[in-house]
Design a protein around this ligand. Structure first.
Ligand SMILES: [Zn+2]
Length: 336
């Protein structure tokens, strides 16, 4: 009780709730990545350059280079901390690992270790609820004080409405673990089933009492993706435990989602996130008339994409509370 009171007396931190970790296993992390096509290789290089690393980092030493560079980017920005994400493997309906369907893997232990070393990192585990050891792994992550769990249901092959996952959601709700889940379209990672990105699929776990954050506000990525943002906004009325992040919306392909989540009555549900190392650009928001030419030009000169995304979101019109809301949720949930 006392520690909870002390906690809530501290000013709220500005948190980026959606930051990916990437690694090659060179430090013993057991991370790996696989860029199967020329297009993915091009994207990989673009992202590595975008965060301020040489493309040679993709060949060796990526674990330490990526983590150290991210830490410096956070420290030299106005963001106080970032939720760093583990990434699990897809599993079949019958619980078999599908390694060949995965493009990258980041183990929970590695993310937990990074967060133990640096207060700027808040660890998010990733556990496919259909894994044979899902509940055991969840207990380990609760024990390791990982307050967030990240999933990409469309890429990991998870139908959230499947009844067999109920005990998993119940345990998450009881332990106050926040779910950060991909919603909407996806272009960077291979999609297994696009319908699993529908936010209406979140209803079972929301009914179980899990606090959930719908990443990308369920917007479209590719031109012909389904657009579920209005469904998400409808769900806000029914579920006070549902939030959304504005990650990756500073891009040409996702900027059209911004206008739906800027209204005053929606912003109390919005949480700041970048989707680092995904490129951040003011061009899309400027075309959609959320930024002036000068604001676009000024933001383009900021090399640190954690800071550039923060600056752009402020200029676009996201209120201060969207940057501190993640800390508020973390405090509320860890006091459970
Ligand atoms: Zn992401």
């Amino acid at each position: 009780m006392t520690s909870h009171l002390t906690n809530s007396d501290q000013p709220l931190r500005k948190i980026d709730c959606h930051v990916h970790i990437v690694g090659d296993g060179s430090s013993g992390s057991k991370c790996w990545f696989n860029l199967p096509s020329i297009w993915k290789k091009f994207l990989g290089k673009l992202m590595i350059k975008g965060v301020g690393l040489p493309t040679s980092a993709l060949k060796s030493g990526l674990d330490e280079l990526f983590a150290e560079n991210l830490l410096q980017n956070i420290k030299s920005s106005e963001i106080d901390a970032a939720v760093i994400l583990a990434q699990d493997i897809p599993y079949s309906q019958t619980g078999e690992k599908m390694d060949s369907e995965a493009q990258f893997y980041v183990p929970n232990e590695y993310v937990a270790k990074l967060a133990q070393k640096h207060k700027e990192f808040i660890p998010a585990c990733s556990i496919h609820p259909g894994r044979p050891d899902a509940l055991e792994e969840l207990e380990k992550c609760i024990e390791a004080k990982m307050p967030v769990l990240k999933l990409l249901p469309n890429c990991l092959n998870i139908d959230y409405m499947d009844k067999k996952y109920t005990p998993f959601w119940q345990r998450m709700a009881e332990a106050g673990i926040i779910l950060l889940t991909h919603t909407g379209g996806e272009m960077t990672v291979k999609v297994y089933d696009p319908s699993f990105g529908d936010p209406k699929k979140l209803q079972r776990l929301l009914d179980c009492g899990v606090t959930a954050i719908a990443a990308h506000s369920a917007g479209r990525s590719a031109l012909f993706d389904s657009d579920w943002t209005s469904d998400l906004i409808n769900l806000f009325k029914k579920y006070p435990n549902l939030y959304a992040d504005n990650s990756a919306l500073c891009s040409i392909n996702r900027a059209r989602t911004l206008k739906h989540i800027l209204p005053e009555d929606i912003q109390p549900r919005i949480i700041h996130g970048s989707d680092y190392p995904v490129p951040v650009s003011g061009l899309g928001p400027m075309i959609m008339r959320h930024l002036s030419w000068n604001q676009f030009r000024t933001s383009s000169k900021i090399n640190n994409i954690i800071q550039r995304d923060y600056q752009l979101k402020k200029n676009i019109g996201f209120h201060n509370h969207t940057f501190t809301r993640m800390d508020q949720l973390l405090k509320k949930n860890t006091s459970k």
